[in-house]
Design a protein around this ligand. Structure first.
Ligand code: SF4
Ligand code: SF4
Length: 368
């Protein structure tokens, strides 16, 4: 059985602008049925790295917030800390960066709350019936929320081919340890040339996995449980993730984390993908390269798998832009994601999402 994916193109006029279309998309997806008055509703965002500008514009988010408030819900915008050291590595930097990127209360009309606490460790282990994982560590405020609206910028991604709702849910709602679990099989490692032996990481490790010898920190892979605390506290950025998971495994784990993020909220989740500024890589970079296709529109669904499948199909159906990072697949129907990242089989995330019961790839596109 197919699931509806609602699609609004970029056309706008005096009778209806894009903000109105966002409202209609949410209502087509059953906002009234899925969100109840009083619901503390997490609007899961990516606030964008400092220097990036491809993330979903705050003024569009304001319309989402207004629709939720119109229903009597109590929305808040949320994101999680990153695993890598950047402008969003903990809540203080992350929230300051979000405001600088335009996500201030005065603009969006809702408070910002990091879903995984001050340093990315405030999380709940959610049991799932995954193929690879039994439990996944999800940011506590995602779990605590009554309802979830997942707003994603649909673009290419260096590790997963594309990044949409599945990535926003799976990686974006995971705690620091959850992100580490998706990216790595083993403990972080210490870059000896950066480490000055200060011992701060040693104090942060609750598992006795770190020792400082000869003025350098050492991590015992046997004792390490992969919580990622040492990564966030090191002032020298010497503790580093071993980005050793291959792309198919990252995608599968990511889907299983996504399953954890929506656990118990399947009837309380709405997903909105903006197929705009389709950049060749993640919004976690401090830049956004030229879009590989022209802006296509906005899609919405209750099913993140169906939604991402529809968005991938829409991007591939479009003509590719020359003089961009796109190297092949320019013709309508050409594979744009492989045209940027030829070695990544992006369909794996859709296949696995469907396999574990997160959703279906079988969709019906309903144009507004
Ligand atoms: S906190 Fe960083 S610099 Fe200090 S000992 Fe640990 S790894 Fe080395
Ligand atoms: S990841 Fe956690 S358990 Fe492993 S060394 Fe770092 S702080 Fe200790």
């Amino acid at each position: 059985m197919s699931v509806n994916v609602y699609f609004a193109d970029m056309r706008a006029g005096e009778r209806e602008n894009l903000f109105d279309k966002i409202g209609r998309l949410l209502h087509c997806c059953g906002l009234k049925e899925r969100i109840a008055p009083g619901d503390l509703t997490a609007v899961k965002m990516h606030f964008g790295e400092k220097g990036n500008h491809a993330f979903v514009r705050p003024v569009f988010i304001r319309r989402v917030v207004e629709e939720l408030k119109g229903r009597g819900a109590r929305p808040f915008l949320t994101d999680s800390s990153t695993l890598y050291p950047g402008s969003r590595k903990e809540a203080v930097s992350g929230l300051a960066n979000a405001v600088e990127n335009g996500f201030a209360y005065a603009v969006v009309g809702a408070p910002l709350i990091m879903c995984d606490g001050l340093r990315g460790h405030t999380a709940v282990d959610v049991p799932i019936g995954g193929e690879l994982l039994r439990t996944v560590s999800i940011g506590a405020e995602i779990v605590e929320a009554d309802a979830l609206v997942v707003v994603s910028h649909f673009k290419c991604h260096e590790l997963t081919g594309f990044g949409g709702a599945l990535k926003n849910l799976g990686m974006g709602c995971a705690s620091r340890s959850g992100k580490l679990q998706q990216h790595s099989t083993v403990a972080p490692e210490v870059a000896g040339e950066r480490c000055n032996g200060c011992g701060i990481c040693l104090g942060a490790c609750a598992h006795g996995a770190i020792a400082v010898r000869g003025g350098k920190s050492r991590i015992s892979p046997e004792a390490c449980v992969g919580c990622g605390r040492c990564i966030s506290v090191c002032p020298q950025k010497a503790v580093q993730v071993r980005w050793d998971q291959d792309a198919p495994l990252v995608m599968k784990k990511m889907c299983e984390f996504a399953l954890g993020a929506v656990q118990g909220k399947q009837g309380k989740t709405l997903c909105l993908n903006f197929i705009t500024q389709v950049s060749p890589a993640c919004d976690c970079y401090g830049h956004a390269d030229a879009p590989i296709v022209n802006d296509i529109g906005i899609c919405a669904s209750t099913d993140p798998v169906a939604l991402d499948q529809a968005c991938a199909d829409l991007v591939n159906a479009a003509p590719g832009n020359r003089n961009t990072a796109l190297k092949s697949g320019f013709e309508p129907g050409g594979d744009k994601f492989r045209g940027v990242w030829p070695d990544i089989d992006w369909e794996i995330q859709l296949e696995h999402g469907e396999k574990i019961g997160l959703g279906t790839r079988n969709y019906a596109l309903e144009r507004l």
